[in-house]
Design a protein around this ligand. Structure first.
Ligand SMILES: C[S@@+](CC[C@H](N)C(=O)[O-])C[C@H]1O[C@@H](n2cnc3c(N)ncnc32)[C@H](O)[C@@H]1O
Length: 378
């Protein structure tokens, strides 16, 4: 072997030897990337220290350390009530035909939230209804109507093309159970003669979950709610810290909105952890979880002022694979039934029986085609 003139190194991208010029360029880019990552790591480490000191010295209007150390208040101690894809996909696929990816991601979330709604409904008269705030494409609302056999109203701020309103794909007998209203929940009120209402709010980013909680707190017909929260980092967007501080009575003299904004920013550390070339460290993820605990405690407190019992669970695994999501926290409030955590087997038997009921109806063409777009607009 020629030790004086060793062969040029191989380009890992092509597995061919580098030319001298390509090697210089490659080394220059690698050094630049390393410098950028180390600058980001330094600024992250400073941000981590300042977050930890902020968490250690929160003003009195924020949840206290003793509140946050109660069992089931901090993220690692939240009860996990999950329906993994191995259970949820085959069940939900018998009712709705959707893409395998959509089903794998969404059916674990849908079954888990419907399980909580069913727990809440167990103490209600049969005439209850569900209000799905921010119901998007109507998949969850349709499943709620099919499985809980109750009227469901979607209150959705955005106008969707009718082809994305998947509740239109339901057969007429069930279709009549699902109504859609285009409105911001802040401007929506239930009619005075409304039946007992269970509120569902899945993944309304940032303050959207708080708008849903505000609605639950002000509307007398609402007897329970299931709020799967999402993207706290969006509370840092303009105008939102002040709205949040106002809703949870966090006065500016104590740093209210300023603290809300600072803390909201770091919650993105949890979502960023798994991205490629991430410089997010385990202590940063833990700090982001503790920050989320602060927001959850404020929301729980608000719900506690209105409902008999409140709990928080993780409703799916914390990951992107296998039907999980990093947005996996869910607040459940209502009567005593809200406290119940188990009974998954009973729920699965109930779902099985509901599906069998539809399968036994020869007039229905199961599974309903939810792959959209539907050809027919009403
Ligand atoms: C991330 S999507 C989730 C959609 C659906 N819940 C799901 O999980 O598939 C959030 C939806 O909530 C709606 N939304 C957010 N804030 C709202 C509000 N204040 N009132 C009504 N809808 C809202 C948005 O328009 C959007 O369609």
């Amino acid at each position: 072997m020629d030790l004086i003139n060793p062969p040029p190194p191989l380009d890992p991208r092509t597995n061919k030897p580098f030319t001298a010029k390509a090697l210089r360029l490659y080394q220059y880019k690698a050094a630049k990337k390393l410098a950028k990552l180390s600058t980001r790591a330094e600024s992250h480490s400073a941000a981590l220290s300042s977050t930890l000191s902020l968490l250690a010295s929160l003003p009195p209007s924020f949840p206290s350390a003793s509140t946050l150390s109660q069992p089931h208040y901090s993220y690692p101690t939240l009860p996990a009530v999950h329906f993994p894809p191995s259970i949820s996909v085959p069940l939900v696929s018998r009712l709705l035909s959707r893409s395998p990816e959509y089903n794998r991601k969404n059916s674990p979330q849908e079954l888990s939230l419907l399980h909580q709604l069913r727990l809440l409904s167990s103490s209600l008269p049969s005439s209850f209804q569900v209000l799905d705030i921010g119901g998007g494409n109507g998949n969850l609302a349709s499943l709620a109507a099919l499985l809980l056999n109750c009227p469901v109203t979607i209150v959705e701020r955005d106008a969707h093309p009718v082809t994305l309103e998947h509740e239109r794909s339901l057969p007429p007998s069930v279709r009549s159970l699902v109504t859609r209203v285009q409105a911001d929940i802040a401007a929506f009120s239930l009619p005075p003669d409304s039946p007992p209402t269970l509120l569902l709010a899945k993944h309304l980013c940032g303050f959207g979950s708080d708008a849903a909680i505000k609605f639950a707190a002000r509307e007398r017909a609402v007897v329970g709610c299931v709020v799967a929260t999402c993207c706290l980092c969006k509370i840092a967007e303009p105008g939102m810290p002040a709205a949040f501080a106002d809703m949870y009575s966090l006065p500016e003299e104590e740093g209210g909105a300023t603290i809300v904004e600072k803390l909201a920013r770091v919650t993105s550390w949890r979502a960023g952890e798994k991205s490629e070339s991430s410089v997010i460290t385990e202590p940063m993820v833990k700090a982001a979880e503790r920050v989320e605990d602060v927001y959850s405690a404020l929301r729980r407190d608000k719900l506690q002022g209105r409902f008999e019992s409140v709990k928080e669970i993780t409703f799916v695994e914390d990951c992107d694979e296998g039907g999980g999501s990093q947005q996996n926290r869910c607040l459940v409030a209502g009567g005593q039934a809200a406290e119940r955590e188990g009974e998954k087997e009973e729920f699965l038997e109930f779902v099985e029986a509901q599906i069998a009921r539809f399968e036994a109806d020869p007039s229905l063409d199961l599974p309903f085609d939810f792959r959209g777009p539907v050809a027919r607009a009403e």
